[in-house]
Design a protein around this ligand. Structure first.
Ligand code: UT7
Length: 324
């Protein structure tokens, strides 16, 4: 059967790293509070000229290079972001223009922190029906531009960055136990909670961009339950167990959420890829940033069974199981 196989990964970070101590010098917080509550030690903050689309383009170029492909080989670009360069056009079209691969399909997906998993679901479905042969799936954000830098409960948590993968449609085995590629994806949303994590502005309401607002404790509580449920749902679909997973690449919001989710599933913590300490929460960029980090440091290899998962504003959440 036709499946979408990851043939390259890439990522990009802004130049400027901001450690906890720098934040503690500006607002009423401490390195100790941030580390113990979240596991975050550092984040990157976009400077002048660095935008969601520019970071996305760099990550995409690195993924293409890793795949040994040219931009002309790409027929579909799906960019997950909640912080586009402009309200419209889609930042994916800016990336397409920068890469110089005109004429294919390019659009953005808005599912906030779950955006990359949603984008994989959409791109995989399109590749399997033959809408394109190869896709760039990108998660890119500049949350630093929508943070309230006076709100210590949120501004210490987020960072900027981008990650990308190249998916290629290939004929693979029907048997998920041997096939490479995306094996199963499950996506969910529950709009009853759309005011627990949101931005207090928008083009159709205030005419402004707005700032991020979050009721962190409630998000935390839902995250652990929703994530462990959707992981089991995806594994059930392919008849596998948590013990079959080689690597869990989760959305990097809080090290405590990652530990609690792994524990609930009985997963070995050594199989969980953690980058929240270095990158903080980069929303839609966090899963592909972590995936690329673990591919480049040699942990994730071809043939490994990898589970991606994320949860974010909406609420939205989902998971995707793939063999590299
Ligand atoms: O990416 C989308 C998904 N997002 C998430 O998954 C985030 C989920 N939520 C969380 O990760 C956690 O709830 C937080 C890290 C946001 C907060 O941790 P918490 O253990 O739930 O802390 P809290 O909000 O209950 O705050 C505890 C205390 C409060 O003080 P009082 O009321 O106990 O006196 C806060 O005012 O910590 C205080 N506080 C801070 N202190 C120092 C809040 N932010 C800070 C800060 N520095 N930056």
């Amino acid at each position: 059967m036709r499946r979408s196989v990851v043939v390259g990964t890439g990522s990009a970070l802004p130049e400027r790293a901001v450690g906890n101590a720098e934040l503690a010098a500006r607002i009423d917080t401490s390195d100790e509070w941030i580390r113990t509550r979240t596991g975050i030690a550092n984040r990157y903050v976009a400077g002048e000229g660095e935008t969601t689309a520019s970071l996305a383009t760099t990550a995409a170029r690195r993924a293409l290079e890793a795949a040994g492909l040219a931009s002309a080989d790409i027929g579909l670009i799906v960019l997950a972001t909640a912080t586009p360069d402009q309200t419209f056009p889609a930042s994916a079209t800016i990336v397409q223009h920068e890469l110089g691969c005109h004429g294919g399909i390019a659009f953005d997906v808005a599912a906030v922190c779950s955006g990359f998993v949603y984008a994989i679901g959409v791109a995989d479905a399109m590749l399997r029906v033959g809408a394109a042969q190869r896709a760039l799936v990108i998660g890119a954000e500049t949350f630093s531009r929508i943070l309230d830098w006076e709100d210590r409960a949120t501004c210490v948590l987020f960072g900027d960055g981008a990650g990308a993968i190249v998916l290629e449609a290939r004929e693979e085995s029907d048997d998920p136990r041997v096939a490479r590629g995306v094996l199963a994806t499950r996506l969910h949303a529950d709009g009853r909670h759309n005011q627990l994590l949101f931005v207090d502005g928008g083009p159709s309401t205030t005419g402004t961009v707005g700032k991020l607002r979050m009721r962190g404790k409630e998000v935390f509580r839902h995250a652990v339950t929703n994530l462990s449920d959707v992981l089991v749902e995806v594994l059930d679909e392919v008849g596998m167990q948590p013990g079959d997973i080689d690597w869990l690449v989760p959305h990097q919001a809080n090290a405590r959420i990652l530990e609690a989710t792994a524990k609930k599933l009985g997963l070995d913590p050594a199989k969980v890829v953690i980058t929240v300490d270095r990158h903080a929460n980069t929303s839609a960029a966090s899963v592909p940033l972590a995936l690329d980090a673990a591919v480049r440091d040699g942990r994730i290899r071809q043939g490994d069974l990898v589970m991606l998962e994320a949860m974010g504003g909406g609420f939205t959440w989902g998971a995707s199981l793939l063999r590299m």
